[in-house]
Design a protein around this ligand. Structure first.
Ligand SMILES: [Zn+2]
Length: 1048
């Protein structure tokens, strides 16, 4: 049974859920006034006179919902009963709508038409003045590129498809003064959320002069759907009517030069109709090509295949895709299977499809060969048909890179496909299928580099994406000479049946390959880290400066400003989300408080700021850059618990005895005033000082004393401590991620803060789970399956050591004992190996899971409460806790376990990608380091032994790399792998795990897109003299997380 949330002291004003859901985050200038004008929905089943003008929701933080047109406010003080009703004319639109439950209801929407919607032209005196925001409106003298087709001043008006497909062009700074109709905007919103967001951002950009015209509410541009007219045709007509109206309207403006509105459409029929009606209309290509001063723009045109265009060059290569409706029938009947398409990184002719649903068998289907892959792209949702059993294949172990230049050389492909069909053992065969249709494309813009055509002055070139799982893409560009050697972004437009590669267009250049800023941008894009500056809409939800704490803020809050609170962080930390205090109570017990930034006070559910934060999910820390989850005003100022300023906090306060046993726990929203922002070193110095005895120092000593007891108890209970001061990177006790590669010495104060954060997280987890057993957001760390430990156990055994793995406690204890007086580094190596056996910790919703255990911390329950500035999970936990103690109100999504589970999925994904991005950033900086350093020889230890390589760790740099023993085009050395020991014999030399070796390290820049660190074994010498020439290596485990996973 889901627990009923407590009655909130004040609600988020979601009276009438329907109303709330329909409200969109409007720009602030429109938020209040826009509420007055709302389509009233009445459903036939519920009676005609249902709630009209539900105004409540729009006032506050808009929730997600249907598209809201940008409407001007009703004029102030208008006569009549309603606001400005006198100037509005009501009509009604009736349509059928399918409800969630599947019933069809008749919806009558009262639709108000108005005369006071401005055209947006700056020179117009006929329309009422344009309200402030969003966006700047159309210029009186349109600036922008000169067109040879229409030399006079003009505005552009695109139709829906043009906007959907050519958004890259419309975003170009050269394109200005564009009218975006409400009809178009609504259609775009329904068809592509990302494009909708992009166009909204463009409309708000003051440089672009895009104007959103509310044609559907304008008395002269609104049209009824005709009998027998499809809604598509009706919308096309509505757009043409608006163009005509604009042209007539603009003629009335008394100006020397008349401004013309040009209709842009790629739809042949629509264009013909427009021309018949006397409208100037061009296709996007015609217009863009007429901008003769900007020839490069042509590159950014999407090549969308109009009907007829596809049969351009002869031979059909691929089978037809089955249409969606038939696919859905087939999936229902079980004839086809639906799944996510995962291209192989190593072999471009192979992929797997992960079938959705719970079916145990046929979960993973192999697809082999170009025709069976049938134009699916990595991450697409596809439908597959299983092949007959006698056609099943085994996963190939061949590495095949698509390096063909001649794209029409299909025979060659067929030859390559035969390589895959090597005879295999019957039990190696796996379910095999072919892609019969695409359910959903998941194309995104791809980073990569141009592979310039060898044909002189060719315009068509192939683009090679950085991600090997993405096929090469054919683009047209005249700038090939400039773009060569640059990292560029390309979007896929389509993949016709007669084309070996998908067609796409150039979007933009990121800069020269190898350049630090370019490469950072690439790794952010490739790891799907949202990193654009926060939009105006998002920023509009920030508190207005100067900010101060109001009377209202003090409600439900305790004033704790008198306490000696301080924060302890790494040097240079500006996003301080935790602070602590400790004091002796009169009864002799100790009070300890953990105070966490009250981010959920500033980020209210459902508004644009909240949506952006949940999408980002986490702050991403790269070597030289931080990508914030929330805008800087919050992260580094209002939420940051800096010293000597009043800050809002969420406090967890314990009463403890001197044995660090918790006697009482309470939670409260609070206001604090930190007395000091200290670094770990400063805090340590105070604790150790013989002369300092001020309140802060006393408080720190108290905390430190308790933390030591807490830590000991935690470890006695079986928590793992895999970090070691000898390793040059510090491991996070909770996630086992390396936090800092350069931390040499850990101070007691590091672990002091950590102990109390862990304790607060456990206390909060208990509280929210007790209060909301069905929808508490928790974090678990599953115990690894026993087989994960094989590698560790075997490696230890080879040194005559025993590692027990039946429990975390047994593991921790045997690791403590494992050591060798003659080999002090051995223990560190064992701990490093142990971290590799671990599973990922994940967020989950308590109502959707049974296993809560946190293995690494040996805690039955755990969550994240202490870093709401940089982790979104903590914000949800804050909201849950606030509802639990009656300090804030709930909202529907917070108590919906399915929504919560979906959110956890996204957060887990974002955290994983953030981690990969961090590793990639470290790998890139390692490369830079060795580029400057040149070739060096260093001591290393063998961490893993593989069939054809060894993985080594170089303690001096905390760097890991793989030494391979075979190379393309070179004679293969004799390799003998023994899985039991484990060991690898290369010619006459046998290598074991933990062997100390010497390696030669250098940067291999031969492939500019995939630079890598090469490592070659120098000692022991395993081959002839010309060692470096025969061996190659790469840092595989660091920059290719996917591979690493397979190894474990
Ligand atoms: Zn006007």
């Amino acid at each position: 049974m889901p627990a009923e949330p407590r009655t909130p002291p004040c609600t988020y004003r979601h009276r009438g859920r329907r109303a709330g859901r329909r409200t969109r985050a409007l720009p602030p200038s429109l938020r209040a006034a826009g509420a007055g004008l709302r389509d009233a929905i009445t459903t036939a089943t519920r009676g005609a006179a249902a709630r009209r003008f539900p105004r409540s929701a729009a006032r506050h933080d808009g929730r997600r919902g249907r598209p809201r047109p940008f409407l001007p406010p009703w004029p102030r003080g208008a006569p009549g009963g309603g606001r400005g009703r006198a100037r509005a004319m009501a009509t009604s639109r009736t349509f059928l709508k399918r409800t969630r439950a599947g019933a069809v209801v008749k919806v009558v929407r009262e639709h108000y038409l108005r005369e006071d919607i401005p055209c947006g032209a700056a020179a117009c005196r006929l329309c009422p003045p344009r309200p402030a925001g969003p966006g700047p409106g159309l210029q009186a003298q349109p600036s922008g590129a000169a067109s040879s087709l229409c030399p006079g001043p003009h505005y552009l008006l695109p139709d829906t498809n043009l906007l959907l497909h050519q958004i890259d062009i419309l975003e170009d700074p050269v394109i200005k003064n564009v009218i975006v109709l409400q009809t178009v905007l609504q259609e775009v919103r329904n068809r592509s959320a990302p494009v909708y967001k992009r166009i909204r951002d463009v409309i708000q950009n003051p440089e672009k002069h895009f104007y959103s015209f509310t044609n559907e509410h304008h008395r002269e541009t609104y049209i009824e759907q005709g009998r027998g007219e499809s809604s598509n045709d009706r919308n096309d007509r509505a757009i043409r009517v608006a163009v005509k109206w604009y042209n007539e309207h603009l003629k009335k403006i008394e100006d020397e030069e008349k401004i013309q509105v040009i209709f842009l459409t790629n739809d042949r029929t629509n264009k013909e109709k427009a021309l018949e009606e006397g409208i100037t209309a061009y296709t996007c290509e015609e217009y863009i090509k007429s901008l003769t001063a900007n020839p490069d723009l042509v590159d950014r045109l999407a090549c969308v295949s109009d009907e007829g265009k596809e049969i351009e060059s002869g031979k059909i290569i691929f089978p037809e895709h089955i249409p969606l409706s038939k696919l859905q029938q087939g999936i229902k009947s079980g004839h086809y299977l639906q799944g996510t398409y995962r291209a192989s990184r190593d072999n471009y002719l192979e992929a797997t499809v992960w079938v959705h649903g719970d079916a145990e068998e046929n979960r993973e289907i192999i697809i082999q060969g170009l025709k069976h892959l049938n134009r699916a792209v990595h991450e697409d949702i596809v439908a597959v048909e299983l092949l007959a059993k006698d056609e099943w294949v085994a996963p190939s172990s061949v590495v095949l890179q698509d390096d063909g230049q001649n794209e029409d050389d299909i025979e060659n492909e067929e030859e390559k496909e035969n390589i895959l069909k090597t005879s295999v053992n019957k039990d190696m065969l796996r379910p095999t299928g072919k892609v019969v249709g695409i359910i959903k494309r998941n194309w995104r813009p791809f980073c990569g580099m141009l592979s310039k055509s060898q044909i002189k002055e060719a315009r068509r070139h192939l683009f090679t994406p950085a991600d090997r799982r993405i096929p090469r893409i054919r683009i047209e560009t005249r700038q090939a000479d400039t773009l060569e050697g640059q990292r560029i972004i390309v979007a896929i437009d389509g993949w016709p049946r007669n084309s070996r590669y998908p067609n796409g267009h150039f979007v933009k250049s990121l800069g020269s390959a190898g350049d630090k800023e370019t490469e950072t941008e690439v790794l952010l894009l490739e790891h799907d880290v949202p990193h654009q500056p926060f939009s105006q809409t998002v920023l509009s939800f920030l508190p207005k400066m100067p900010w101060s704490i109001t009377e209202q803020d003090m409600k439900y809050r305790e004033d704790l400003r008198h306490l000696y609170v301080c924060s302890v962080d790494p040097p240079g930390c500006t996003d301080i989300d935790d602070a602590l205090h400790c004091r002796e109570l009169e009864n002799g017990n100790i009070e300890v408080g953990v105070h966490i930034a009250d981010v959920s006070h500033f980020i209210r559910p459902g508004n644009a700021l909240d949506e952006e934060s949940v999408k980002r999910g986490t702050t991403v820390y790269l070597c030289e850059k931080r990508i914030d989850m929330v805008p800087e005003l919050l992260s580094s100022n209002l939420c940051s618990l800096r010293s000597n300023v009043d800050r809002l906090a969420f406090s967890c306060i314990w009463e403890m005895n001197h044995k660090a046993e918790i006697l009482k726990t309470r939670f409260t929203k609070s206001i604090i005033n930190s007395k000091a922002s200290l670094t770990y070193a400063e805090a340590q110095m105070r604790i150790d000082s013989a002369t300092m005895n001020d309140d802060i120092t006393t408080s720190l000593r108290g905390l430190n004393k308790l933390a030591k007891i807490l830590k000991k108890r935690r470890i006695d209970n079986g928590a793992l401590t895999l970090s070691s001061p000898e390793v040059r990177f510090h491991m996070d006790s909770e996630t086992h991620d390396p936090i800092d590669l350069q931390t040499k010495e850990l101070k007691e104060t590091n672990s002091m803060v950590e102990e109390f954060m862990l304790l607060a997280n456990v206390s909060v987890a208990q509280k929210i789970y007790e209060e909301f057993p069905e929808f508490a957001l928790l974090r678990k760390h599953p115990a690894p399956p026993p087989s994960n430990y094989d590698i560790l156990v075997k490696a230890a055994k080879s040194k005559n050591l025993e590692i027990k793995t039946d429990s975390a406690k047994a593991l921790a204890e045997s690791l403590d004992k494992a050591g060798s007086p003659t080999f002090p580094y051995l223990n560190t190596l064992l701990r490093i190996l142990a971290t590799r056996c671990m599973m990922q910790a994940v967020y989950f919703c308590s109502g959707m899971d049974n296993d809560f255990h946190h293995y690494g911390l040996a805690s039955p329950i755990y969550t994240h409460f202490t870093s709401p500035i940089r982790r979104y999970a903590d914000i949800i936990v804050h909201r849950l806790l606030a509802v639990a103690i009656g300090a804030d109100s709930t909202y529907p999504e917070l108590t919906d376990k399915h929504k919560l589970a979906d959110m956890c999925k996204n957060l887990n994904y974002r955290h994983k990608m953030a981690q990969y991005a961090q590793r990639a950033s470290v790998a890139f900086h390692t490369q830079l380091f060795f580029k400057n350093k040149g070739v060096v020889n260093e001591d290393a230890y063998i961490l893993f032994v593989r069939k054809n390589a060894v993985v080594v760790l170089i303690p001096k740099y905390g760097l890991e790399g793989t030494v391979f023993f075979e190379e393309k085009g070179k004679p293969t050395p004799r390799l003998d792998y023994n899985n039991e020991v484990p060991s690898l014999t290369v010619e006459d030399t046998t290598l074991h795990v933990f062997d100390k070796v010497k390696v030669n390290i250098m940067l291999d820049a031969s492939n500019i897109q995939h630079q890598k660190i090469r490592m070659v074994l120098v000692e022991p010498k395993v081959l002839g003299n010309d060692v470096p020439a025969n061996l190659s290596t790469e840092i595989s485990s660091k920059n290719e997380p996917q591979k690493k996973k397979k190894k474990l």
